[in-house]
Design a protein around this ligand. Structure first.
Ligand code: SF4
Ligand code: FES
Length: 365
C-alpha cells in the first residue's frame, strides 16, 4: 500500500486552558501527570523541522490554549522559516495587542478564534467562564493587524436556535472564514450528549440560515458547515482517513492519528522524544493499525464507499460498540446503527426548555 505524505500537523502545545467547554476534544484524563510533562521548546523546534522535511504544509497551533506557551512566538518563527502555513487556534482570551504583534512579526499566517454563542451570557455559560467580550476584542484586534480571521462556532442544541445571530456576528466582526462545526460526540461531548444533541428541526432551520448566508456571501473565504454525524446516513472520513492526511502531537510528545486516539486502549503511541516524525508516520503501529482498508470488517470490507469514508470514526466506534475496529455505528449499514437511532429519537422527543446540567471540562473528572 502506498502511504502519502501528511499535509497537516496539529500541535497540541498544552492541555492547560482558562475555558471549560463541555465538548472539549482534549482527553478526559487531560490533567494526568503524563500530559503535564509538556515538550520543551527544543523538542517542538525539532518536531517543526521534521514535519517540514516530511512534506507537511500546514501547522495548527492549538491546545488547550496555545497562548499559555511563552515560547509560542519562537515556534511560529521556526515554522515560518520552514515555510509551513501557520494557524493559531485559540479561545483568544489571552491575546493581548503586544502578543498579537509579536506573533505577526514572527510570521504567523492566520488566526482562528472560537466563540461559544452569539450572546455574552450564553457564550460565557458554555465556556464556563466570562470570556465573550475578550473574544470580540481579540477578533477586532486580529483584523486590525491584517491577519485572515476564521471564527469557529461549535454548534449544539443550546445554541443552534441562534444561528442567524451567530452568522450576523461573523459579518459584524468581518470574519474571512467561518467554521460552523456541529459537535462530534466523543470525549467530553459524549458525557454531555443528552444536553448537546440537537433536534432534526433545529438542524433544518440551521441549514436554511447557512444557505442564505452563503448566498449573501457574508465572508470571502466561505462558510464551512459540518453536519452532525448522528443525523447522516453515512459517516465522515474522520481526519480524512486514519494516517492519511494529518498527525496530532499531544503536549507530552505522543503522536496520534487523531485528537481522540488516546481513548483507544489497544494502541501504543510513539513519542517524538524517542522517534522521528518520519518513522512514526510510516512505520509506527498506531498509524498503521487502521490505515487503508485491509483492517475493515463487513459491511465495510465489501462496500463501494470504503475508500471514501474509511469506515468512519474509530474513536466513535470504540465509544459506542467497545470495538475500535467496528464499522462506525453512524453508518446506516452498520449492525450497530440502532445505537444512533435510539439516541436521536430520544433527542427529538425531549423538551428543550428543561436541559440537564452540563458536565464541564475539569481536572477532577
Ligand atoms: Fe462506509 Fe463502511 Fe458504511 Fe460502507 S459500510 S458506507 S464503508 S461505514
Ligand atoms: Fe479518532 Fe475519529 S476522532 S478516528
Amino acid at each position: 500500500m502506498t502511504i502519502d505524505r501528511p499535509l497537516s500537523l496539529i500541535a497540541e502545545l498544552t492541555y492547560r486552558c482558562p475555558l471549560r467547554c463541555p465538548y472539549c476534544s482534549n482527553p478526559l484524563n487531560y490533567g494526568d501527570n503524563q500530559y503535564r510533562q509538556e515538550l520543551s521548546t527544543d523538542d517542538w523546534l525539532r518536531v517543526i523541522q521534521q514535519a517540514s522535511d516530511l512534506g507537511v504544509l500546514q501547522l495548527g497551533l492549538t491546545g488547550g490554549e496555545p497562548l499559555l506557551r511563552k515560547d509560542l512566538e519562537l515556534l511560529v518563527a521556526a515554522a515560518a522559516k520552514a515555510e509551513l502555513y501557520t494557524t493559531l487556534i485559540t479561545a483568544a482570551t489571552l491575546l493581548t495587542p503586544e502578543r498579537a504583534i509579536q506573533l505577526r512579526d514572527a510570521g504567523l499566517d492566520h488566526v482562528q478564534i472560537s466563540i461559544q454563542d452569539s450572546r455574552a451570557a450564553e457564550s460565557d455559560y458554555i465556556a464556563g467562564t466570562p470570556s465573550f467580550q475578550q473574544k470580540l476584542e481579540a477578533a477586532r484586534l486580529v483584523k486590525t493587524l491584517g491577519f485572515p480571521l476564521t471564527l469557529n462556532f461549535v454548534l449544539h442544541r443550546q445554541n443552534l436556535d441562534r444561528i442567524d445571530e451567530i452568522l450576523e456576528l461573523c459579518e459584524v466582526l468581518k470574519a474571512d472564514r467561518v467554521e460552523l462545526a456541529n459537535t462530534q460526540y466523543y470525549g467530553w461531548a459524549y458525557r454531555n450528549r443528552t444536553v448537546l444533541l440537537p433536534t432534526r428541526q433545529q438542524l433544518e432551520r440551521a441549514d436554511a440560515a447557512v444557505a442564505l448566508a452563503r448566498e449573501r456571501n457574508i465572508c470571502p473565504m466561505g462558510i464551512l458547515y459540518v453536519l452532525p454525524d448522528y443525523y447522516e446516513d453515512y459517516p465522515k472520513p474522520c481526519m480524512g482517513g486514519w494516517g492519511n492526511r494529518a498527525l496530532v502531537v499531544a503536549p507530552n510528545g505522543d503522536v496520534l492519528p487523531c485528537q481522540a486516539a488516546s481513548s483507544i486502549p489497544e494502541l501504543e503511541f510513539a513519542n517524538v522524544r524517542n522517534h522521528s516524525l518520519d518513522w512514526i508516520w510510516f512505520e509506527s503501529s498506531a498509524f498503521n493499525r487502521f490505515r487503508g482498508t485491509e483492517w475493515m470488517p463487513e459491511p465495510c470490507q465489501s462496500c463501494d464507499r470504503r475508500q471514501l469514508d474509511f469506515g468512519g470514526c474509530r474513536c466513535q466506534a470504540l465509544l459506542l460498540t467497545n470495538n475500535a475496529a467496528a464499522t462506525d455505528p453512524v453508518c446506516h449499514l452498520s449492525p450497530d446503527h440502532h445505537l444512533i437511532t435510539t439516541v436521536t429519537k430520544q433527542a427529538n422527543q425531549e423538551n428543550l426548555d428543561s436541559p440537564l446540567p452540563l458536565v464541564y471540562r475539569s481536572m477532577q473528572m
